[in-house]
Design a protein around this ligand. Structure first.
Ligand code: NAD
Length: 338
């Protein structure tokens, strides 16, 4: 059993903890939190051992009647791998703690790429993380683009990717984020930083990205154009290629799903925890081939697409499975795929 600790129990951390807990080859040692809020209460309810992330605040948990298993140092010492899911920049500060206990660590996409030896996407570059001590699981948008680009490169070759990312203003629980009533080119200077982030997975890929922020919380939507080296004769060839990918979900027109709202509703109706959509949702109808150019729309659930990737990264750093085996195990344990 691989013993996994989760440091930072917010949007990503709580989902990763549940996903780790669902894996037959992993043991969730516990989760570290800064304060005894509603998420701490639910962690206790789920039977997860709770560790105080900040020693000076440990008493707050006791004051709230929440029993602690210890301090974050003890969690790190007891784990074979720690998943750091703290806010952007905090992961880099925590690196010294993981080094102190010689515990391999996974960081999230909000960290700069140089926090780790390699950036990670299970479908695209699993092998680069095998045996590494510090690995960064790329952001939700980079994960979504990497999953799409990997099979296209293999099947047709890619000359150039151009993607416009229509990004949610904030997650549903981020009450302070916006815009509330606006459409923001963000960042306004082109191209956006997302393309270079995809290059941490595919260093030689020619990609330009543009970003906007809109008053939405549910998902991001990507408008993608890929110029292919050896394009297929029809869009159906692309549909066949993409439907064979376990973490790409081609949304059938008959479902009547016209946007992120219905995608989330579909996931909730399907009994997905928190209504999570772990897969890229690619509108099948949008897949179009014009000459060398492929076009499509895909939706990315920012709160959850990186979750199976974190589980796979745990197996990569511990060398306990290869890419295909790990992806299959993770998918099966989560019941991924609609
Ligand atoms: P979050 O704010 O929802 O959760 C972070 C948690 O870490 C909070 O509970 C916070 O209290 C806690 N924390 C703060 N300082 C800490 C410390 N020193 N030690 C332990 N815990 C601490 O943030 P999130 O959305 O889960 O993001 C975490 C990381 O994942 C970031 O790098 C982010 O960029 C990345 N990410 C976020 C999303 C998303 O859409 N939410 C998607 C992909 C990647």
């Amino acid at each position: 059993m691989i013993r996994v600790g989760v440091n930072g129990y917010g949007t990503i951390g709580k989902r990763v903890a549940d996903a780790v807990n669902a894996q037959p080859d992993m043991d969730l040692v516990g989760v570290a939190k800064t304060r005894p809020n509603f998420e701490a209460e639910r962690a206790v309810e789920r039977g997860y051992d709770l560790y105080a992330a900040i020693e000076g605040r440990a008493h707050r948990f006791e004051d709230a009647g929440i029993e602690l298993a210890g301090l974050v140092d003890e969690l790190v010492a007891a784990s074979d791998v720690v998943v750091d899911a703290t806010p952007s920049g905090v992961g880099a500060q925590n690196r010294a703690l993981y080094e102190e206990y010689d515990t391999p660590a996974l960081y999230q996409g909000g960290e700069d790429a140089d926090v780790a030896e390699t950036s990670f996407n299970a479908r695209a570059n699993f092998a680069d993380a095998v045996g590494a001590s510090h690995v960064r699981v790329v952001s939700c948008n980079t994960t979504g683009l990497s999953r799409l680009v990997a099979p296209l490169r293999e099947a047709y070759g890619v000359e150039k990717v151009r993607a416009t990312l229509v990004r949610r203003g904030g997650d549903p629980a981020q009450t302070g984020r916006g815009p509330i009533n606006d459409i923001l080119p963000n960042p306004v200077s082109l191209p956006s930083h997302h393309g270079p982030d995809v290059n941490t997975i595919f260093p030689d890929l020619d990609i330009d990205t543009l970003g906007l922020k809109v008053p939405a919380t549910l998902m991001h939507v990507h408008s993608v154009n890929v110029t292919l080296t050896e394009p297929p004769t029809s869009a159906d060839d692309v549909r066949d290629l993409l439907s064979a990918e376990s973490r790409l979900w081609l949304v059938d027109p008959d479902l009547g799903i016209d946007g992120a709202g219905k995608l989330k509703e579909y996931a909730l109706d399907a009994g997905r925890p928190r209504g999570d959509v772990w897969e890229n949702a690619v509108w099948s109808e949008s897949i179009t081939v014009e000459g060398d150019d492929l076009y499509l729309f895909q939706a990315i659930h920012q709160e959850s697409d990186v979750v199976p990737e974190n589980v796979d990264a745990v197996r990569a750093v511990t060398g306990s499975a290869d890419a295909a085996e790990s992806i299959a195990r993770t998918n099966e344990a989560l019941d991924l795929g609609f």
